[in-house]
Design a binder for this molecule. Structure first.
Ligand code: LLP
Length: 447
């Protein structure tokens, strides 16, 4: 990720005002401070406490519509299957379902969440390199739209299972196009050394095998080359060119291909890195796959859910260390793990209007967890903040709450949805009863 590069003096962080400017659902009110749509964040904190995830329904809708519009403008017949892993909140899924988005799921839990939010089975795709028999059974019982298979072994297993259950599984073959998406090593997926998909050279024979098996109906090919792709369209184009060649080869062999699943991965500007637009992605799809005359599917997660969400946290204390100033927050790496895990950069805005314009100096913004890795930002230009002051981590809607844990016995944070002037807690902060409640002591320790 470009955001992982060391920050040099010639490359200063964007100012608070610059961070706000690119995020239309956020604004700074002279009295009420930082607002999400029509809701001041201090009101959210008063109701729900901190740390709390806050999502703008309006921003979710705007982004879903912008992506649909870009695909339509390119003349593509396209279905969007939102990658549920990015944000699994039922309220988020419900907003996106109402926009007509389907779901890309990778586990039984995600399939259940998508169904619970009202996404029809006919709009659900199941991806993943290691679906269990139990998960495949559920997918077949629900009769979801498509299962993306990723290996010869899975092809045989799924056909046998479907036959036993008297079903025919609609399957797409995920191919690994062996292209470098030039993103963070932990989230690149389209290289031959990655675990995902089957080698493109093996795909024609496996697709023919899928067509011959009784429990399967091959419906297409799929790929996903990585996440947070900000390096332009070259990697996408390279992957889609290979996919188009594969589809032509399959057609020549008389094999049916109904659509092409183009995956997700579209990056967003966390800091000020240039990020590709949905129009650019639509153009790349049109230029490479358009000639096939087939409908396409997309599986975006971050591009839809990232910018609409933020993590609201409070300052516990400001500590002057020997060499640096530390802002210690009540949010930690168990809440937002992306900085610790991927060296990710997230904008951090003071919420109070006074703090927003106060003089800034370098500070390390950290959580209370007992690891040095529990650092959100180093040397970040921040004002002096008092205990209780609120800050907001920007663009935290994707892979934020979804990746959080209870490390250090810290309850999962609350979640709030903002919609215009309304807001509601859509997930209660986890209680200590729930945090402890599913543990048991064996008899022999309590005798
Ligand atoms: N489709 C498949 C098969 C995927 O594996 C993924 C993401 C997506 C779609 C959605 O990708 P997106 O549009 O969100 O880039 N936790 C990491 C990101 C991991 C992405 C995993 N797969 C992060 O916080 O950066």
């Amino acid at each position: 990720m470009a955001s992982a590069l060391p920050i040099t003096p010639t490359d200063p962080d964007p100012s608070f005002a610059e961070l706000l400017a690119g995020r239309p659902h956020l604004s700074m009110h002279a009295l009420d401070g930082l607002m999400v749509e029509g809701v001041p964040l201090h009101r959210v904190a008063a109701l729900a406490g901190t740390p709390t995830w806050v999502t703008s329904a309006g921003a979710l809708r705007r982004r879903a519509r912008a992506l649909k519009a870009a695909l339509a403008a390119a003349g593509l017949q396209a279905g969007i299957h939102y990658a549920v892993k990015a944000n699994t909140g039922l309220a988020v899924l419900r907003v996106l379902a109402a926009e007509g988005l389907g779901a890309d799921v990778v586990s039984e839990g995600e399939l259940r969440a998508a169904r619970a939010a009202g996404i029809p089975a006919a709009a659900i795709v199941f991806s993943g390199v290691g679906k269990t028999e139990r998960e495949l059974r559920l997918a077949l019982a629900e009769d979801i739209a498509q299962i993306n298979v990723e290996s010869a072994e899975e092809v045989e297993m799924l056909s046998a299972l479907a036959t036993t259950l008297g079903r025919v599984a609609r399957v797409a073959l995920r191919v690994n196009p062996d292209v470098d998406a030039k993103t963070h090593a932990k989230i690149t997926t389209g290289r031959s050394e990655n675990k995902f998909g089957v080698a493109i050279d093996d795909a024609p024979a496996l697709y023919a095998r899928m067509a011959a098996l009784p429990g399967l109906e091959p419906v297409g090919v799929a790929t996903h080359i990585g996440s947070q792709i900000t390096s332009g369209m070259a990697a996408y184009r390279a992957a889609y060119v290979r996919l188009a060649e594969l589809v032509q080869a399959l057609r020549l062999a008389g094999l049916p291909v109904k659509h092409v699943d183009c995956g997700g991965g579209l990056g967003i500007p966390y800091r000020d890195e240039p990020a590709p637009s949905p129009e650019a992605l639509a153009g790349a799809i049109k230029a490479t796959l358009g000639g096939l005359g087939l409908p396409v599917m997309l599986e975006p997660g971050r591009w839809i859910a990232g910018p609409p969400g933020l993590l609201l946290a409070s300052v516990v204390l400001q500590k002057q260390g020997a060499a640096r100033r530390f802002l210690v927050l009540d949010a930690a790496m168990n809440d937002l793990v992306r900085p610790a895990m991927y060296e990710a950069w997230h904008g951090i805005l003071p919420v109070s209007p006074v703090d927003f314009v106060a003089p800034v100096g370098p500070a390390d913004v950290v959580g209370p967890v007992c690891e040095t890795g529990d650092t959100f930002a180093r040397g970040r230009a921040m004002p002096s903040l008092s205990p209780g002051a609120l800050v907001a981590f920007l663009d935290a809607g994707a892979y934020g709450a979804a990746m959080s844990s209870t490390y250090n016995m810290r309850p999962l944070a609350a979640e709030v949805l903002v919609d215009g002037d309304r807001f509601a807690v859509v997930r209660e902060r986890q209680s200590y009863a729930a945090l402890l409640g599913d543990q048991r002591l064996p008899d022999w320790l309590t005798e």
